[in-house]
Ligand binder design. Structure first.
Ligand code: MTE
Length: 348
């Protein structure tokens, strides 16, 4: 059953999402009905561009259903446009690998990972993101850390990385769309930053916000989502030793398409929780609204832990496709990180 209500075409009104005229009761929704109504609604708004009509949400898109490798055929060769590795020059790369996160898994081919990205501010087409990031300016990059904390701070992403110290960790990464990769991130535990700013006792959640610059990323104008992209974690999730603030990948500063210059990586949750290109980290008392949750709460709830036993409303989450080899492998509960995080969710 199709359960998408908002598919990114609604006017933005003070962060309030209103159901569109075409909203149907769930019992009447079929894929075709949603598609046709969405077309009608877009036509009424005067949007007729094929790209817009075809554009998916993370959740409006089909899940991965075949083992086809998008990067099959000739292996891509890194070029300066495609990699965008040069946005930031910071000390500390490559960082020493933390032996606790040095599994003997085969890493995903970095050039494949750099050409298969979800970054909706640019496009909903994963294979085009790396070609659309040229106008995106990622330095200087002030990051504001505040809200319910004793010691708020605003500092540049490079300064922040230098202040916190960097390490490398190999993590599995699982997208809700059922593709996966194994990559070496460079960064520091979010926990260290939380301790530095000293949250007040009322702080129970951390809210993250991405940049909003319509002149630098085309989809802000083309896709009517409740921008900017926002995400959130419970404070205890933010404090878990696995939660990483990433500033690099494959031994170099993050290329733009991977979320330069600073992002979060939460490896036991679906990939959309790992918000990219963060400008603001805010400590709050109430569970924050996230972009995906506001678009489709039944499909992208706040918690979103990887769970092979709980299908997405429109596809199975039992397996995942590795983006470079095309191999389909079993998905693990908490993406294999249960020993670190299962206790956060055990009742009683
Ligand atoms: N962060 C922002 N700001 N915008 C996005 O569209 N997409 C998310 C997440 N973070 C996204 C984002 C999703 S759905 C995934 S799967 C991962 O980024 C993809 O990260 P990658 O492109 O580095 O593999």
């Amino acid at each position: 059953m199709q359960r998408v209500y908002f598919c990114g075409i609604l006017p933005r009104m003070a962060n309030t999402i209103h159901r569109p005229e075409w909203h149907l009761p769930e019992s009447m929704i079929t894929l075709e009905a949603v598609f046709q109504n969405r077309r009608r609604f877009l036509r009424q708004l005067g949007f007729t561009g094929a790209g817009l009509l075809a554009s998916p949400l993370v959740g409006c898109s089909k899940a991965e259903t075949t083992a086809a490798n998008p990067a099959s055929g000739a292996k891509p060769v890194l070029s300066s446009t495609a990699t965008n590795f040069v946005a930031v020059t910071a000390k500390g790369y490559p960082a020493p690998r933390n032996p606790e996160f040095d599994p003997k898994w085969t890493l995903t081919d970095g050039s494949v990972a750099a050409r298969y990205n979800n970054f909706y501010e640019f496009t909903t087409n994963k294979e085009r993101v790396h070609r659309l990031v040229d106008r995106f300016i990622t330095a200087p990059w002030p990051v504001e850390i505040g809200g319910l904390v004793e010691k708020p701070m605003t500092l540049d992403a490079v300064e922040l990385a230098e202040m916190m110290g960097l390490e490398e960790r190999v993590y599995r990464f699982r997208c809700v769309e059922a593709w996966a990769m194994i990559v070496p991130w460079t960064g520091f535990p979010l926990r260290k930053l939380v301790e530095k700013v000293s949250p007040k006792p009322e702080a129970k959640f951390v809210r993250f916000e991405t940049f909003f610059r319509p002149d630098q990323a085309p989809n802000f104008r083309d896709q009517n989502y409740p921008w900017p992209y926002t995400e959130g974690l419970r404070l205890d999730e933010a404090m878990n030793p696995l939660t990483l603030v990433a500033t690099g990948i494959y031994g170099k500063p993050l290329p733009k398409q991977h979320g330069a210059p600073i992002r979060i990586v939460v490896p036991w949750k679906y990939g959309y929780k790992s918000i990219k290109s963060i400008v603001k980290i805010e400590f709050v008392a109430k569970q924050p609204t996230t972009l995906w949750e506001s678009l489709a709460p039944d499909e992208y709830p706040f918690e979103s832990n990887v769970d092979p036993g709980k299908p997405h409303p429109r596809w199975s989450q039992a397996t995942e496709r590795l983006i470079d080899s095309g191999d389909r492998v079993k998905t693990l509960p908490f993406n294999g990180y249960g020993s670190y995080v299962a206790k956060l969710y055990s009742k009683g």
